[in-house]
Ligand binder design. Structure first.
Ligand SMILES: Cc1cc2nc3c(=O)[nH]c(=O)nc-3n(C[C@H](O)[C@H](O)[C@H](O)COP(=O)(O)O)c2cc1C
Length: 215
């Protein structure tokens, strides 16, 4: 049975990103995979600390040497056939949890050797799900497509399996917009997107999870 791990880099454990990952895992389960969701929120961890322990000859197969709460998550990822990462977009990028997780997961498997681009001796498929306020028409002009495909292609290059990303746009950020300084948003539009577009986006997440589980 394939193992599919979803890592939620959103600090919110039940909101857009978590729901998108839950849908992707439903899709993976529909293809017969075993699934697990891990929330990074609440764990204490850093990004790569550039110790290069993972690059030493004697540590060829070793896990990242940093001993913090991310270690068991990295262990789970290494025991999986598919790794899905969900992140909200923060200031035009993945959020800090996602970047720290990816630095650690990717650098420990990456090599500087010409012969082998990766330490892995098998393929791990990967998927990146991004949720954001930005609308579909902004993905290209604001450079999001380029950014997301950069992350997906780096994941594919190091983890050796197929990799893809999915942008879930125009998400509902607050249940009650009237409580927040947020006049750039039209609450009625956001409500409509939640009711009409978001379910379709979750369906795309389901399809992505299923596709990667079958890859
Ligand atoms: C600190 C912060 C920065 C954000 N920056 C952006 C941004 O640059 N572009 C964007 O489209 N949305 C931005 N957002 C909105 C979130 O990406 C969006 O609401 C996302 O769906 C939240 O995911 P969640 O519901 O899983 O928390 C930002 C939100 C926060 C909290």
């Amino acid at each position: 049975m394939k193992k599919v791990l979803a890592v939620n880099a959103s600090p919110r454990k039940k909101w857009n990103t978590a729901m998108a990952l839950e849908s992707a895992l439903e899709g993976a389960a529909s293809a017969g995979a075993g699934t697990k969701l891990i929330h990074l929120m609440g764990l204490r961890f850093s990004g790569c600390v550039s110790c290069f322990a993972c690059k030493r000859h004697e540590n060829n197969a070793a896990l990242c040497a940093v001993k913090d709460d991310l270690r068991p998550v990295l262990e789970e990822a290494m025991a999986s056939d598919v790794v899905l990462v969900g992140s909200p977009v923060y200031f035009g990028n993945l959020d800090a949890f996602a970047i720290a997780f990816l630095e650690r997961l990717l650098f420990m498997n990456y090599t500087y050797s010409m012969e082998h681009p990766s330490k892995l001796d098998r393929k791990i498929a990967s998927g990146l799900i991004l949720t954001m306020n930005a609308t579909d028409d902004l993905l290209e002009p604001l450079g999001y497509n380029r950014l997301f495909s950069h992350y997906a292609s780096t994941m594919g290059r190091v983890l050796l399996g197929p990799s893809e990303y999915l942008a879930v746009t125009d998400t509902l950020q607050f249940t009650d917009y009237s409580k927040y300084m947020s006049s750039i948003f039209d609450p009625a539009h956001k409500k409509r997107m939640r009711e009409e577009k978001f379910p379709a986006d979750l369906e795309k997440c389901r399809a992505l999870g299923r596709r990667l589980a079958l890859a």
